[in-house]
Design a protein around this ligand. Structure first.
Ligand SMILES: [Zn+2]
Length: 56
């Protein structure tokens, strides 16, 4: 079985990935695809963290 991220041979510890890093990359990819929806508010984020006033 090959790592879906880099196509190297996967390891038992991180199956189906070859490493923790590749596992994280794949998870982030899925997270980005499912959470970033153009024109829609993002659920799960604290509004205060993204308040424009706090960024100034
Ligand atoms: Zn990999």
């Amino acid at each position: 079985m090959k790592c879906p991220t880099c196509s190297k041979v996967c390891t038992e510890d991180f199956k189906p990935f070859c490493s923790k890093r590749c596992s994280d990359i794949d998870l982030n990819r899925w997270a980005n695809e499912s959470y970033v929806v153009p024109g829609e508010p993002i659920d799960g984020f604290d509004d205060e963290l993204f308040d424009p006033h706090t960024l100034e």
